[in-house]
Design a protein around this ligand. Sequence first.
Ligand SMILES: Cc1ncc(COP(=O)(O)O)c(C=O)c1O
Length: 466
Amino acid sequence: MNKARDWDQLERWDRSYYLHSTQAAAEHVYTAVESMDGNYFTLADGTRMLDFQSQLISDSMGHRHPAIHAELTRAMERYGHVQFGMAHEYRARAAKLIIEDVIGANSWAGRVRVFSSGTDAVECATNMARLYTGRSVILTQAHSFHGMVMGSTMMRGYRNNLTPDADRNTVRDVPGFPPHGYIPIPPPEPEDHAANGTLPSIVATEQIIQAIGPENIAGVITEPMLGGGGTFPHSAYMPALVGLARKYGFLWIDDEVITGFGRLGEWFGYQCWPGLTPDILAGGKGVNSCALPVGVVIASKQIADLFEKARWWSGSTWDGHPLVCATIVGNLEYMLANNIIQQVRQRGAYLKERLDALKPKHPSIGRISGRGLFQVIDLVNDKGTPIVPEDRFSAFTGDLGAHPNVIVYQETAKRGVYLGGFTPNTLKLGPPFTVTQDDIDLAVDALDAALDVVEAKYHKGAAKPH
Ligand SMILES: Cc1ncc(COP(=O)(O)O)c(C=O)c1O
């Protein structure tokens, strides 16, 4: 236990006064972090943990990256807050880096704005789509996640709002859910979907478009790879969905808060499908490796042009904050100078190779999918079906301790690795881009042992873990 801090007192204050998310107070596991460094963090009791989830698939360059912190320190010598009506050095440098150096001056992208969260970016993107088209409806995928303020909450495609203390088997959705203006479309088929012909999700989506009337639709919002849900779509899905947007004349809003800035081994997820470019892109997390709260919206040249020529009453106190922009500059300059995208591809390939080698040994591995350093494992029971039947539509009711991802989280933690998932049957492996081969070996060995425990519970006749 670190003597510099009274963690017992801190825990009492945290438990008494902080408004926690996702876990009920009685279930809350107090995980005190003493410090963070590179690919690891240290708990209050001194345990060092490999962060194989980059916190929330977010801290892409690991914790306290020296290049990002150096730029932040320099910026702090000159700036605190500069309101958006004025300009400063870092806003210009961050915008130039994103539009010219990362995406390319001759590409689709016109302008960028910097916010303080991914949710802000998503809200701005959908408002822009509505203002640009003069239409109200946003199509949104089942199983998707877009953030936690009201608009993005209403867009998300899985449940889970409140499971009250009195009954852990009921779920209370936000009243009015699903709401006016956001229409759900089916989730993408997974990568290994076997049937031939047009994908069923696309057939159903086209029927929905025709039923609503395309003249009412502002845009469709997608995650290139569902982050919370953990689905990498079938290869035909994104081209077909964007094809529908083009055919019926509405916008494609590409939510890359989790996938953007390198996670999939491309700067952006949309680059997994050559020839596809979004109309509006929402980003966050990886743009500054979460050194400070961040979100970005990037508009195509055509869309940016309309807004830039208009008087557009929009903005937040935090827009383009100098310190946030400095962390973007530090992060992206380092990533560009050190060819980090290539590093993500190479380390992602090693991770995939190690996971593929686990598959023959572990009948609980139903599917491995993903790209770069975002690999997802779907766990199944001995009948080959999801262990928790609601799977990606889970409302997180009942005994969470029986969820396979929680079992894996607990077992890998015993071996010094932070690794788990969100929806109950999916494991999300999203280490920092700075992960080493030894780190990957440590994580996969811990996972190997954890899957023995899952199988002892859910696979009849499985050997007892030792
Ligand atoms: C795809 C996606 N969109 C939006 C968000 C919301 O971003 P933030 O948590 O920064 O508000 C997230 C967060 O995980 C996300 O994964």
